[in-house]
Ligand binder design. Structure first.
Ligand SMILES: Nc1nc2c(ncn2[C@@H]2O[C@H](COP(=O)(O)OP(=O)(O)OP(=O)(O)O)[C@@H](O)[C@H]2O)c(=O)[nH]1
Ligand SMILES: [Mg+2]
Length: 325
């Protein structure tokens, strides 16, 4: 039976051939498996892909256990992982230093950062992970970095608003993300990628002379789907707005749970994808809970406090949920 492979499959296969790191190879294989047409004619190929995938996963686990941890594989922590990416000397490390407790090396010369470094940024009652990365240029991307970027939940392209070449910096980073199919217009189920509404442009050093004109140029000539936020680690300009926007692009909701008759636990919310239902929450709390839960009551988005809802009720950010078993 013919396999009838699709262009998406060939593209994913191409990505696999080009992959440099194990993380990238795993990502490409996952995508091949996700987009391969599922019918009798591809059964053998599917089995083969699964075998290769599990071998690679085992390999990477073994390497990690042997202490050879890939520094480009940044373990996710907190409510989401947001990777900062950009040309040299644009101010990425300075922003990480201003927003988290991480202390990356900062210098006035380019190519200061050589490996990813994560820090936690607090936003209201949650922590969001920010990852500093070594710079890219039009003709150079550090080996392994694409895996780090592809794995993120959201992206921040950092450009130097004080530099005359900030539009080229934005175009260069954007082209890289599009070429590698990291940013996609639309991410359909089964395909990997970050939709453009989970990506922001940080126009850093917005305190610099000429930055206003440069930011105007970015707004007029940059990719129209990307929001541009002027920020300055030096003066603090835009940092609060940036914090809010970072939470916004993660597209998650915070859900607090309560035990019947008691006050809700407002300290450690469950973090779920926007659009999640009561059933998704129950599954996140415990594997067996969906079978056990009976009455569910909501405070927040419901019409009235304590309203009973069913399991496909779509939750909203900051809802309080009481699940009775
Ligand atoms: N005026 C001004 N200068 C800044 C600001 N942020 C960073 N800088 C300066 O810009 C230079 C580069 O900053 P870094 O944070 O090291 O830049 P980077 O993007 O991490 O650089 P690489 O690691 O080489 O990619 C340093 O001299 C910083 O002091 C800012 O908000 N305003
Ligand atoms: Mg740096």
């Amino acid at each position: 039976m013919p396999a009838n492979l699709t262009p998406q499959y060939y593209q994913a296969e191409e990505n696999f051939k080009k992959a440099e790191s194990t993380a990238e190879k795993i990502a490409a294989l996952e995508e091949m498996l996700a987009v391969i047409p599922k019918h009798k004619g591809t059964e053998k190929m599917q089995a083969d892909l699964k075998k290769r995938l599990s071998r690679l996963r085992e390999d990477s686990l073994k390497k990690a256990k042997a202490g050879r941890i890939d520094p480009f594989l940044v373990e996710k922590q907190g409510a989401g992982q947001v990777v900062l990416l950009g040309f040299p000397n644009t101010g990425k490390s300075t922003l990480i230093s201003a927003m988290t407790r991480a202390r990356p090396k900062i210098a006035e010369y380019p190519f200061t950062t050589t490996l990813p470094l994560a820090g936690m940024m607090s936003f209201q009652d949650i922590l969001i992970q920010l990852v500093d990365t070594p710079p890219i240029t039009e003709d150079m991307v550090p080996e392994g970095l694409t895996g780090t970027v592809r794995n993120a939940n959201a992206l921040l392209i950092v450009v130097d608003a004080g530099s005359d070449s900030c539009l080229e910096q934005l175009q260069g980073s954007y082209n890289y993300l599009m070429e590698k199919k990291i940013i996609r217009e639309e991410v359909t189920p089964g395909t990997r990628g970050i939709p453009s509404n989970k990506c922001l442009v940080l126009a850093a050093k917005a305190d610099a002379v000429d930055s206003s004109e440069n930011i105007q140029i970015l707004k007029e000539l940059g990719p129209p789907e990307l929001q541009i936020i002027p920020v300055s680690a030096e003066t603090g300009l835009g940092l609060e707005l940036m914090r809010e926007k970072i939470y916004e692009i993660l597209k998650v909701i915070r859900i607090y749970t309560k035990v019947p008759g008691k006050a809700p636990d407002m300290k450690a919310p469950f973090i779920l994808k926007q659009g999640s239902t009561v059933l998704d929450l129950a599954t996140a709390i415990h594997r067996d809970l969906p079978q056990l839960m009976k009455n569910v009551r909501i405070w927040g988005s419901a019409r009235y406090d304590g309203q009973s809802v069913n399991r496909d009720y779509v939750l909203a950010d900051r809802d309080v949920v009481e699940i009775n078993q």
